[in-house]
Design a protein around this ligand. Structure first.
Ligand code: FAQ
Length: 325
């Protein structure tokens, strides 16, 4: 249905309509589902919101891996709540995408077939309990850095979904930092685990913001449409500036000898991630890509009986209603 809609809309767009649309964006008007919008705007939103939703859903897997092995009942309850929040975020985002004319089933099919992307970060493994701290602190920390500005994004349903998501993400980040505090101030073995988790998650967290600005394909147009509010490099720098002092407070070392406060720029200097690794991961060759997609495909197949049951029930109800009319 989405493909058909794109086809039928893919005629030359009226320059007057385009100019009026851009004027609304420039005036910080919110665009709502029934408003006219350029095809490219709609497509970009479906891509970005869809990828974001998939990231929330696939993002449950690395932490779900530790729910049964959390060290205390309290930690287990907190982690469980966090993972459930991520599922909720996925649902708000799929709903926002649906307002653009794409169905959740279509988006899910594109995730399961590998056609649509999800965040690179979730293709890295979570090897120890300290990784739960690093994920909350760094991964949710990077997610918030990106998503707080998206509360002002031009598409109304996306901006509104983001408000609630950001509130929950900030709790997630704090719970991650709390785990790191506990471990960094624990036994020397625990501190080593915390440092090891920081070592492994630092660069993948920096990659979450996307390729460097010179290699970003969509930033310029997405920023003109206020689908993105900042460039990838701007947000990455803000994240480094916020996170380095937090690592120092923990007594941990960021695994980059080039990290240094720059008095002239009033920012931290740091090394770029390995972009070859990033592009390889988003092509499907990261350490856990196969495992993650297999897990989501299994969940979809295992849930078929629930979907079939609901559909059969809905059909039966509709048939009864028609017979009564
Ligand atoms: N991973 O031209 P750009 C979370 C792709 S939520 C994979 O710069 P754009 C919560 C990009 O799609 C994390 N692919 O792209 C949580 C494009 O390829 P395409 C998700 C990436 O869209 C925490 C190509 O590279 N957050 O973590 C990545 O303008 C803990 C060129 O890049 C969002 O989705 C990447 N990291 O900027 C859950 C936020 N970066 O599509 C569980 C919304 C780039 O042409 C546990 N999204 N690519 O084939 C955005 O802000 C943007 O989409 C960016 C990328 C900034 C991610």
């Amino acid at each position: 249905m989405y493909a058909q809609m794109i086809k039928s809309e893919a005629t030359k767009e009226d320059p007057e309509k385009l100019a009026a649309f851009q004027a609304r964006i420039d005036a910080d008007d919110k665009i709502e589902p029934k408003d006219w919008m350029p095809l490219g705007y709609r497509k970009t939103l479906v891509r970005q919101i869809g990828q974001h939703a998939h990231s929330e859903i696939v993002g449950q897997l690395p932490e779900g891996n530790w729910v049964t092995r959390a060290p205390t009942l309290e930690r287990k309850a907190i982690l469980l709540a966090k993972v459930q929040d991520e599922a909720g975020h996925g649902l708000y985002l799929y709903c926002a995408a649906e307002t653009l004319g794409v169905s959740r089933d279509e988006l899910t099919e594109d995730l399961l077939s590998g056609k649509m992307k999800y965040s690179s970060i979730f293709n890295y493994p979570t090897l120890t309990w300290a990784d739960m701290g690093a994920v909350g602190w760094l991964v949710d920390g990077a997610a918030i850095m990106n998503q707080v500005p998206l509360q002002r994004t031009s598409y109304g349903p996306y901006a509104r979904a983001m408000v609630r998501i950001c509130k929950e993400e900030s709790f997630h980040q704090r719970q991650g930092y709390d785990i790191m505090m506990k471990m960094a101030n624990g036994t020397s073995a625990q501190k080593r685990m915390a440092q090891d988790a920081l070592n492994r998650f630092w660069y993948p967290a920096l990659m979450m913001f996307g390729p460097s600005d010179k290699d970003s394909v969509h930033s310029e147009q997405s920023m003109a449409w206020k689908i993105k509010m900042n460039t990838n490099d701007e947000l990455r720098q803000k994240f480094v500036d916020q996170t380095v002092p937090q690592a120092e407070y923990l007594g941990l070392t960021v695994p980059d000898p080039a990290v240094k406060w720059n008095d002239k720029t009033k920012r931290y200097d740091f090394s770029e991630p390995d972009w070859d690794e990033f592009f390889d991961v988003i092509k499907g060759n990261g350490p856990c890509n196969t495992e993650r997609l297999a897990a989501r495909n299994r969940a979809w197949d295992d849930g078929a009986w629930v979907r079939d049951g609901f559909l059969a029930h809905a059909r039966k109800k509709a048939a009864r209603r028609m017979a009564a009319e």
